[in-house]
Design a protein around this ligand. Structure first.
Ligand code: IMP
Length: 381
């Protein structure tokens, strides 16, 4: 029997979670997004075609049993959701019927996006209105999808475009159903929980205030109401180096030619905003911290091909101080060990020593690796 699993970002987002969720989703009935909104950008290649999901869970719809669920712990921009559903509809008009949205999720409205643009520049947010929408929720002034379902009341402060998008979603057959309405399914079916962002951007445990506004660790699963069906294995996805968009501490950041080379080979530009990502070496104290705070039990390590040809691969194995809280990522000095590089990551024997070192130093096993976007570039260890 297959147990429920979670796939979450072990760094600051952009670790290729979407690709791995899509790949593993064939063995699951539901792919459940449990945090954030369309600040996420999950890139998936299907039959040589590139798809970027922002709100849509990365389910592989080619398998008829897979369905998608957007949980109540998310904040949802209905206009953005409608444009993703339109793409699904073009592929097959039946597909939107396999997308379920919890009506207890809160709305991201025009005003939230405007506020994000005005106020959050210094944090380098994605300007998708995420922080202001969660602020309204916690402040008890937010509007839920359920409010739209219950009322045609024009006094409800929802812009016309969001109302139109909601109508369009209903017409295309997207199902607005809560967790208890689907309880019997969730209780019996196989669930894959897909995180957004990464544990270092978690509002509780990340590098505050340079974080997103939701829980990117397992807490987001429980906040969504899935305590009755928790994941048995929690995969933390990490690249074999580090990237970050937006501002905030980045102890292992590198600049100049080495950074530019990795950025170009790894196509390290934001999937949501197109911003060039900051680049750095793999940071084991950060990974270990993220695993403890986010509930990670196993690693998935990606993008080995990007470092093909380096004679040595520096890895930060410690800081000048022990990490006991997220504040320790500010003003810290990373200490490096240079591990032997590899010429061709498609030959697993060449990267095995690196894999062994990371497992030993983090005390967490690597379950899967990838060295490219195609199926044949992925390996179960
Ligand atoms: P917000 O989520 O738009 O409020 O942005 C807060 C911080 O999280 C910024 O540094 C963003 O660049 C970062 N961020 C948000 N979503 C993602 C993501 O999916 N991948 C990587 N970084 C993200």
């Amino acid at each position: 029997m297959i147990s429920n699993i979670a796939i979450l970002g072990a760094q600051a987002g952009d670790e290729a979670k979407g690709a791995w969720t899509n790949r593993l989703s064939k063995d699951y009935d539901w792919v459940i997004r449990f945090n954030g909104g369309n600040n996420a950008g999950h890139t998936i290649y299907r039959n040589g075609q590139k798809h970027v999901h922002h709100l849509m869970p990365s389910f592989n719809w080619e398998y008829n049993h897979t369905k998608a669920f957007l949980s109540s712990n998310m904040v949802i921009d209905l206009i953005a959701l409608n444009s993703e559903i339109n793409q699904l509809f073009k592929i097959d008009p039946e597909l939107p019927k396999r997308v379920f949205v919890d009506p207890d999720a809160f709305l991201v409205l025009d005003k939230h996006i405007e506020e994000d643009k005005l106020k959050n520049g210094n944090l380098g947010t994605t300007n998708k209105g995420i922080g202001p929408a969660y602020t309204d929720k916690i402040n008890r002034t937010g509007i839920r999808i359920r409010d739209l379902l219950l009322s045609n009341d024009r006094s409800l402060n929802v812009d016309g475009w969001s109302r139109e998008a909601f109508k369009a979603l209903l017409e295309k057959g997207v199902q607005f159903k809560g967790i208890l309405e689907l309880y019997n399914h969730f209780n019996q079916d196989r669930l894959l929980f897909e995180g957004a962002q990464g544990v270092l951007l978690d509002v509780n445990h990340g590098t505050y205030p340079y974080v997103s506004s939701s829980q990117s660790g397992v807490a987001g699963i429980y906040s969504s109401g899935f305590h009755f069906a928790p994941p048995k294995v929690v995969y933390g996805v990490t690249k074999c180096y580090t990237t970050k968009v937006g501002t905030g501490p980045f102890p292992t950041e590198i600049f100049g030619e080495s950074a530019n080379k990795i950025r170009e080979i790894g196509k390290e530009y934001g999937a949501t905003t197109g911003r060039p990502r900051r680049i750095g070496w793999l940071d084991l104290p950060a990974l270990k911290y993220g695993a403890l705070r986010g509930g990670i039990t196993n690693w998935i390590m990606t993008k080995f091909d990007v470092l093909d040809g380096l004679a040595e691969v520096p890895v930060c194995t410690s800081y000048d101080k022990e990490v006991t809280c997220s504040e320790d990522f500010f003003n810290t000095k990373p200490q490096y060990v240079n591990f032997a590089g590899w010429t061709n990551s498609k030959d697993i024997n060449l990267i095995q020593p690196f894999i062994n070192n990371i497992q030993e130093l983090t005390k967490i096993n690597i379950s899967y690796i990838s060295c490219g976007v195609n199926e044949e570039d992925t390996f179960k260890l």
